[in-house]
Design a protein around this ligand. Structure first.
Ligand SMILES: Nc1nc2c(c(=O)[nH]1)N[C@H]1C(S)=C(S)[C@@H](COP(=O)(O)OP(=O)(O)OC[C@H]3O[C@@H](n4cnc5c(=O)[nH]c(N)nc54)[C@H](O)[C@@H]3O)O[C@H]1N2
Ligand SMILES: Nc1nc2c(c(=O)[nH]1)N[C@H]1C(S)=C(S)[C@@H](COP(=O)(O)OP(=O)(O)OC[C@H]3O[C@@H](n4cnc5c(=O)[nH]c(N)nc54)[C@H](O)[C@@H]3O)O[C@H]1N2
Ligand code: SF4
Ligand SMILES: [Mo]
Length: 748
C-alpha cells in the first residue's frame, strides 16, 4: 500500500513543497509539489534524496549515554536524568555562566528549533551563547540593527519584480539562496532576464550563478566594501542619488557622502582588481534601472569587513531609492511575525552590552563569537565554561580550528548533543539525544518566512507517525528546558503552557493588540493543535499580522485554516513596511550609524592592499551537499571527489602542479593536504576549498561520510580574524601558502 503526504523540505532555505510517497512507513519517493503556492513543483537533488536522508541507517534511534568512557544506548528517562545530573550541579556550584550553548544551522530548519531555544536560554541564564550565525549572517543582523533598529529586519531582494539584480558573494544556483527564501531561484533569475532585466554577479569564482549572469566581476576577495563605497561615491558625485530616497525619513545621507568621498572608483580599482570604469558603469546602471536591488551573502558577510559590506549593500539600496519599494529591497511580513504598528521612535539597537570573558569580544544580538568557544572552555578562572549544550550543530567542522575545539570539548565536565548523528562534535558528548527523522517531524518555517520573496504560509504535519520508541524534537527540547531549570521530572507540556501564558499575557496588556483587555485563560482555551508546539503555532498565527485575533477578524488565519490548505496560502507580494517597522531611536532609517563611521577608518587602511604573493582562500558550496552533515548519503556523495582545492591554471603553472596533484596548504591556523583541481573558474591569486569535510575522526558513526572523508578547511583558520562588530569569523579571503607535495599528476 502506498500513499502520498505533503512536506516542506527542510534541507535548505528555499523551503520547497514536496510530495512524498510513503510505503510501509518509509519515504520511497520525493517529488516537487506542483500545487505548492510558493514552490510550484520545484525540487533539487537534495530534496529528491529526502527518503534516503530520512532512512539513513546511521541515524541514531535511541539516546546514547556515556558509561565508563563509552557512549552506550539508553532509555529516554535515563538519558534526561543523566542530563540533569550532569548539568545542574555545575550550574549550582559555579553559576549560570558555567553552562554554554551552541545552536547550529538546522535549528532554523526545524519547528522545535524555532520554539524552544529561547526558553532554554531563559532557563540557563547564561551569556555564553554561541551559534552558527557568527560563522554566517551576523554582520547582516548588525547592519540591520543599526540602520533600522531591529536586527531581524533584513530586507530581501524582491526577485520577481526587479529590473536589475546585483549579487555580491552568493551562489544561489548551488546554495538554493540564503537570506532570500525563493524556491526555484534559477527559474526566477531566468525570468528576470526574460523580462529584459540585468543580472550582475560579483564573485572571485565564475560560479554557476555568474555563468547565468549578464556580467561577472571577478573581484579580489575581501574588497567588496571598497567596491560598494566607490558605487556610493559615484552616486553622489554624478548626482544619481534618488531624490528623497524611499520617501521615508532617512537621516545621515550627508555623512555617508562625506565618507564615500575618499573612495572614488579610481582609488579602489587596484585593491579590488576591478577596472574603475566597470564600477562607474555599475553605479550608473543601478541608478538608471527603474527597479534595482543589491543582494549580498556569505562572500559579503564572512569576510574581514562583513558588517561594513552588509551595511553598504543597504546604503546603495537606499540611495538608489530602492529600499522598501517593489522590485527593490523589501521586508517580508511573516504570518507569525509582529503585526504592523503605527510609526514611533524605538529603543534602537545596542552592541557590546557585555563582553566575552577571555578575549573581551563584544556581544552582538546576545551572542558571542563561535570562534571564541574553545578558549572559553579551555581558560581556567571564574565563570569558565564547564558544560555545553549543542543543538543541531557540528562546530568541530564548521568553526575555525576544529582540532582545538575538539580537545576543548574533551575537557568539558558535561556535554549534551541533540543530534541525529554521532559525528565529529557529538562524539564528545556525555549524552546524545537523537531527534526523529524529518518524515516524522512537523514543519513550519518560523525563520524563512521572514526572509521569503513572497508572503505565504504553509504547515506540514508529520508525514509518518512518530515511532513508539522516539520523542519528537519539541518534546526533547522541552524536557531539556526542564532539566536546565532543575525540574527534569515535570511534564514537558508545562513548558508550552508557560510560553503560551507569557505570550498571551503580553498581548492582552498591549493596547495595539486585537486581544487587548481580554482574559488570557479564555484565549488559551481557544487554542487548537495536537501538541504544545502546534498550540503555540496556532497562537502565533492568530496574533500575527494576518491572524483572526481570536475572533476579532473571523476571516483571519488560524492553525485550522492553514491545515485546511495543505499546499499553503498565498498572502501576496511583498508590501512596503516603512516607517512602521523602524525601531531606531530617531524613528528614521539611520543611514550613517556611528559604529559604521568608525569602521571606515579600518577600511581606509585596507586601501593600501596587502603584501602580495599570498594566495587568498575562499569557500564554495555544491548543490548535492549541505554544510557538514549530508555526506553520509550515497546518492549525494557519489562521483568524483568534491573536496578539492581549486586553482587557476596560471597559478598552477607557476607552482608546477597539475590537475590531481597534491599540495600542502598552510594558513594562519594550521595546514592540510588536498588534491588540486585546476580550473579557470577561480580567478588568479585565489584558491577555493569547500567546508564541512574532514570526516576522519575516530568514534563517529557515519560510515559513508568516513569513506569520503575529505579535509577540514577550517583547520587552516585559527579563529583570530573576526569582523569586529559582529564577531563573525573571517572564513573567506584568508591568506594561504601552497607547497607542492606531489607535482604533476601526468597521465601515464
Ligand atoms: N570555511 C567555512 N566554514 C563555514 C562556512 C563556510 O562557508 N566556510 N559556512 C558556515 C555556515 S553559513 C554555517 S550555517 C555553519 C553551519 O555550522 P553547523 O550548524 O555547526 O554545521 P552543520 O554542518 O549544519 O551541522 C548541523 C548539525 O545538525 C545535525 N542535524 C541535522 N538535522 C537535524 C535535526 O533535524 N535536528 C537536530 N537537532 N540536528 C540536526 C547534523 O547531524 C549536524 O550535526 O558552518 C559555517 N562554517
Ligand atoms: N547545496 C548547498 N546549499 C546550501 C548550503 C550548502 O552547504 N550546500 N549551505 C546553506 C547555508 S548554511 C548557507 S548560509 C547558504 C549560503 O548561501 P550562499 O552565500 O549563496 O553560498 P556560497 O555558495 O557559499 O556563496 C558564497 C560565494 O561567495 C564567494 N566569495 C567568497 N569570498 C568572496 C568575497 O570576498 N567577495 C565576493 N564578492 N564573493 C566572495 C564564493 O566564491 C561563493 O561563490 O547556503 C545554504 N544552502
Ligand atoms: S532547493 Fe532546498 S528546499 Fe528545495 S528541494 Fe532542494 S534542498 Fe529542498
Ligand atoms: Mo549558513
Amino acid at each position: 500500500m502506498s500513499r502520498t503526504a505533503l512536506r516542506i523540505c527542510p534541507l535548505c532555505e528555499a523551503t520547497c513543497g514536496l510530495t512524498l510517497t510513503i510505503e510501509e512507513g518509509r519515504v520511497t519517493r520525493a517529488r516537487g509539489d506542483g500545487a505548492d503556492v510558493f514552490s510550484h513543483g520545484f525540487i533539487c537533488p537534495k530534496g529528491a534524496s529526502f527518503g534516503q536522508l530520512d532512512a539513513d541507517p546511521d541515524r541514531l534511534r535511541r539516546p546514547l549515554v556515556r558509561r565508563g568512557g563509552r557512549l552506550e544506548p539508553a532509555g529516554w528517562d535515563e538519558a534526561f536524568a543523566a542530563v540533569e545530573a550532569g548539568l545542574r550541579p555545575l550550574i549550582e556550584r559555579y553559576g549560570p555562566q558555567a553552562a554554554a550553548i551552541f545552536l547550529g544551522n538546522p535549528n532554523v530548519h526545524t519547528m522545535a528549533g524555532g520554539l524552544y531555544p529561547p526558553l532554554l536560554l531563559g532557563a540557563l541564564g547564561t551569556r555564553n551563547v554561541f551559534t552558527a550565525s557568527t560563522l554566517d549572517q551576523m554582520p547582516k543582523h548588525v547592519s540591520s540593527g543599526l540602520l533600522f533598529g531591529d536586527a531581524n529586519a533584513i530586507p530581501v531582494p524582491d526577485l520577481d519584480r526587479t529590473d536589475h539584480l546585483l549579487i555580491i558573494g552568493a551562489n544561489p544556483l548551488d546554495s538554493g539562496g540564503s537570506l532570500c527564501t525563493a524556491p526555484d531561484f534559477p527559474g526566477r533569475l531566468r525570468a528576470l532576464r526574460r523580462r529584459g532585466g540585468r543580472l550582475t554577479v560579483v564573485d572571485p569564482r565564475r560560479t554557476r550563478t555568474a555563468e547565468a549572469a549578464d556580467r561577472h566581476l571577478a573581484i579580489r576577495p575581501g574588497t567588496d566594501a571598497l567596491l560598494l563605497f566607490a558605487v556610493v561615491q559615484v552616486l553622489f558625485a554624478e548626482d544619481l542619488v534618488a531624490p528623497g530616497p524611499v520617501g521615508e525619513p532617512v537621516t545621515g545621507a550627508d555623512e555617508v557622502r562625506r565618507l564615500a568621498a575618499d573612495f572614488p572608483p579610481e582609488a579602489v580599482a587596484a585593491a579590488c582588481d576591478v577596472p574603475a570604469e566597470e564600477i562607474r558603469t555599475l553605479a550608473r546602471e543601478l541608478a538608471a534601472a527603474p527597479r534595482a536591488v543589491v543582494y549580498g551573502r556569505i562572500g559579503s558577510t564572512t569576510v574581514e569587513f562583513g558588517t561594513l559590506t552588509s551595511w553598504l549593500v543597504d546604503v546603495v539600496n537606499t540611495l538608489t531609492g530602492n529600499l522598501d519599494r517593489p522590485g527593490g529591497a523589501m521586508f517580508p511580513l511573516s504570518a507569525t511575525g509582529r503585526a504592523p504598528r503605527p510609526p514611533r521612535p524605538g529603543k534602537g539597537f545596542a552592541l557590546g552590552r557585555w563582553r566575552s570573558r577571555v578575549s573581551g569580544h563584544p556581544e552582538a544580538k546576545g551572542e558571542l563569537p563561535a570562534a571564541a568557544l574553545a578558549e572559553e572552555i579551555e581558560t581556567p578562572g571564574e565563570e569558565q565554561v564547564r558544560a555545553l549544550i549543542v543543538i543541531a550543530g557540528n562546530p568541530v567542522l564548521s568553526a575555525p580550528d576544529g582540532d582545538r575545539l575538539d580537545r576543548a570539548l574533551a575537557g568539558l565536565d558535561f556535554m549534551v548533543s541533540v543530534d541525529p548523528y554521532l559525528n565529529e562534535t557529538s562524539r564528545r558528548a556525555h549524552v546524545v539525544l537523537p531527534p526523529p527523522p524529518p518524515s516524522q517531524s512537523p514543519h513550519f518555517d518560523f525563520a524563512f518566512n521572514t526572509l521569503a520573496v513572497r508572503n505565504q504560509v504553509r504547515y506540514s504535519r508529520p508525514a509518518v507517525p512518530l515511532d513508539a520508541d522516539r520523542l519528537s524534537e519539541s518534546e526533547i527540547l522541552a524536557r531539556l528546558v526542564l532539566c536546565a531549570g532543575g525540574h527534569g521530572g515535570a511534564d514537558p507540556a508545562a513548558v508550552d503552557a508557560m510560553a503560551i501564558d507569557a505570550a498571551l499575557g503580553k498581548a492582552v496588556a498591549d493596547p495595539g493588540s486585537p486581544v487587548y483587555g481580554r482574559y488570557r485563560g479564555e484565549l488559551a482555551a481557544h487554542l487548537t493543535g495536537v501538541g504544545g508546539d502546534e498550540r503555540r503555532l496556532d497562537m502565533m498565527l492568530r496574533l500575527g499580522p494576518y491572524g483572526d485575533g481570536f475572533g476579532a477578524d473571523p476571516d483571519g488565519l488560524t492553525l485550522a485554516k492553514v491545515l485546511a490548505h495543505p499546499h499553503g496560502i498565498d498572502l501576496g507580494p511583498l508590501r512596503p513596511q516603512l516607517p512602521g517597522l523602524l525601531r531606531t531611536r530617531s524613528g528614521t532609517v539611520e543611514l550613517c550609524p556611528e559604529p559604521m563611521a568608525a569602521e571606515v577608518e579600518r577600511l581606509r587602511r585596507a586601501l593600501g592592499g596587502r603584501a602580495d604573493g599570498l594566495l587568498l582562500l575562499v569557500g564554495r558550496r555544491h548543490l548535492r551537499s549541505n554544510n557538514s552533515w549530508m555526506h553520509n548519503i550515497p546518492a549525494l556523495v557519489g562521483g568524483s571527489n568534491r573536496c578539492t582545492l581549486q586553482l587557476h591554471p596560471e597559478d598552477a603553472a607557476r607552482l608546477g602542479v597539475a590537475d590531481g596533484g597534491l599540495v600542502r596548504v598552510k594558513g594562519d591556523g594550521g595546514e592540510l593536504e588536498a588534491p588540486v583541481e585546476v580550473t579557470d573558474a577561480v580567478r588568479t591569486g585565489v584558491v577555493s576549498l569547500p567546508h564541512g569535510w574532514g570526516h576522519d575522526r575516530p568514534g563517529t558513526r557515519m560510515s559513508v561520510a568516513a569513506a569520503h572523508a575529505g579535509v577540514n578547511v577550517n583547520q587552516l583558520n585559527d579563529g583570530s580574524r573576526l569582523d569586529p562588530l559582529s564577531g563573525t569569523a573571517v572564513l573567506n579571503g584568508c591568506p594561504v601558502q601552497l607547497t607542492v607535495v606531489n607535482p604533476p599528476a601526468t597521465p601515464s
